[in-house]
Write a protein that binds this ligand. Structure first.
Ligand code: ADP
Ligand code: MG
Length: 343
C-alpha cells in the first residue's frame, strides 16, 4: 500500500472538472451562467472549431474586483453564498465556486475584467497549471471577457471523448438555445468560425419572446403551440405547449425552466407526459417551452453539480399543478384535434 497524500490543487481541480466540464458546451453553460449572475444585459459568445479551439464570452456585467481575481479561479471560491442559509433560497445560477477552477485546470484560460467604465481592467491567465495566477493590467469596458483555448489540451483521456466539430457545435447550439430561452431580457449572440449564428435582441413582451422563440426553434413551433399563463397555490406556469397534432418522434423540443434555470427533472417530465397521455399516440413526444415560477426556498437546486436536477419541497403539489394546468389546456383544443392525431 502507498502512503496517503493530499492531491495537488491542480489534480483535485482536474478531477472535479470531470463533473462540470464534459465538453465545450459545458464550458459555455458555466461561463454564460456566470455572466447572467453578474447582471449582464448583453452576452456575446464566439467559438471556433466547435469550441475545441476557442470559446470567448464577453459580458457587460458587474466585473470582478482586481483583488478578487486570483480567488475567482480558486476552487470553492464564490461571491454568491456565504452560509448554508444562503443556499436555501439561492437565486443565482452558480454557487459552488467550481467552474472557473475546473475549466482553468483543463484549458488555457484568459480572463479580463473591469468593474467600472474607466476603460482599465485586470487580467488573469491560467494555462492549466497550478493556480499560481498573476494579475496584470488589461483594458476592458465594464464587464468580463473569458477566453478558453485548447480544451483538454493537458488531459488526453478527456480529449479523446470529444466528437467532431459538427457534433460539438450541435451541443453548443442546444446549450445556447436553452440559455437564450431562459432569459429573454438579455441580448445574446453566438458566432461560430467567425460567422454569425444567432443575434438576439433583449425583450420582455410576449411578442418579443415569441420572436426569440421563432429564431431559436422555428416559426412552425409557434404556429402549432398554445400560449398559457396560469397561477395557483403560489405556483405560476406559463409558456408554449405544442398542440397534440405537432408531436415529434423524439423528445428533442422540450424546454422546461424553474425560476429561469434550465431543468431536466423526472417529476416534471412525468407530469407533462401524463397530461399528454390521452392526446398523443404512444411513442410520440410533445413539444413545449414552459416556465415554472415558485418561491426559491421551496426548491432545492443543489442536487447535482450541473444543477439540471432539482428537488421540490412539495413534489406532489408541483406535479398536480403541472398535470392539471396542461391537461385542462389540452382538453380545450381536443375537439378539433381528435381526428388529426394520426402519427
Ligand atoms: P460560482 O459561479 O459557483 O460562484 P465560478 O467558478 O463559476 O463559481 O466563479 C467564481 C466567481 O467568480 C463567482 O462567484 C463570481 O464572483 C466571479 N465571476 C465569474 N465569472 C464572472 C463574470 N462573468 N462576471 C462577474 N463575476 C464573475
Ligand atoms: Mg459559476
Amino acid at each position: 500500500m502507498s502512503r496517503i497524500q493530499i492531491l495537488s490543487p491542480r489534480l483535485a481541480n482536474q478531477i472535479a472538472a470531470g463533473e462540470v466540464v464534459e465538453r465545450p458546451s459545458s464550458v459555455i453553460k458555466e461561463l454564460v451562467e456566470n455572466a447572467i449572475d453578474a447582471g449582464s444585459t448583453r452576452i456575446d459568445i464566439e467559438v471556433e472549431k466547435g469550441g475545441t479551439k476557442l470559446i470567448r464570452i464577453r459580458d457587460n456585467g458587474s466585473g470582478i474586483d482586481k483583488d478578487d481575481l486570483p480567488l475567482a479561479l480558486s476552487r470553492h471560491a464564490t461571491s454568491k453564498i456565504i452560509t448554508l442559509d444562503d443556499l436555501e433560497g439561492v437565486a443565482s445560477l452558480g454557487f459552488r465556486g467550481e467552474a472557473l477552477a475546473s475549466i482553468s485546470s483543463v484549458a488555457r484560460l484568459d480572463l479580463v475584467s473591469s468593474t467600472d467604465d474607466s476603460g482599465a481592467g485586470w487580467r488573469v491567465i491560467a494555462e492549466g497549471r497550478d493556480m499560481l495566477t498573476q494579475v496584470t493590467p488589461g483594458p476592458h469596458p465594464r464587464g468580463t471577457t473569458v477566453q478558453v483555448k485548447d480544451l483538454f489540451f493537458n488531459t488526453p483521456a478527456r480529449r479523446k471523448f470529444m466528437r467532431t466539430e459538427k457534433t460539438e457545435f450541435n451541443h453548443i447550439d442546444e446549450t445556447f438555445r436553452r440559455l437564450a430561452l431562459s432569459r429573454s431580457d438579455i441580448a445574446l449572440s453566438l458566432r461560430h468560425n467567425q460567422k454569425p449564428v444567432y443575434n438576439l435582441p433583449a425583450g420582455n413582451s410576449q411578442l418579443e419572446q415569441e420572436k426569440r422563440l421563432a429564431s431559436l426553434l422555428g416559426r412552425k413551433l409557434l404556429d402549432q403551440a398554445l400560449y398559457i399563463d396560469v397561477e395557483a397555490t403560489g405556483l405560476r406556469l406559463w409558456g408554449w405547449v405544442g398542440l397534440p397534432t405537432y408531436s415529434r418522434g423524439q423528445a428533442d423540443q422540450q424546454y422546461f425552466f424553474v425560476n429561469q434555470r434550465v431543468v431536466k427533472d423526472k417529476l416534471v417530465a412525468h407530469a407533462i407526459r401524463q397530461a399528454y397521455r390521452d392526446v398523443l399516440f404512444h411513442g410520440r413526444h410533445p413539444v413545449f417551452v414552459l416556465y415554472l415560477e415558485l418561491d426559491p426556498s421551496v426548491v432545492d437546486v443543489n442536487v447535482h453539480p450541473t444543477k439540471h436536477e432539482v428537488r421540490f419541497r412539495d413534489g406532489r403539489l408541483v406535479h398536480d399543478f403541472l398535470f392539471r394546468t396542461l391537461h385542462r389546456a389540452l382538453a380545450e383544443v381536443r375537439p378539433d384535434a381528435s381526428d388529426a392525431i394520426a402519427p
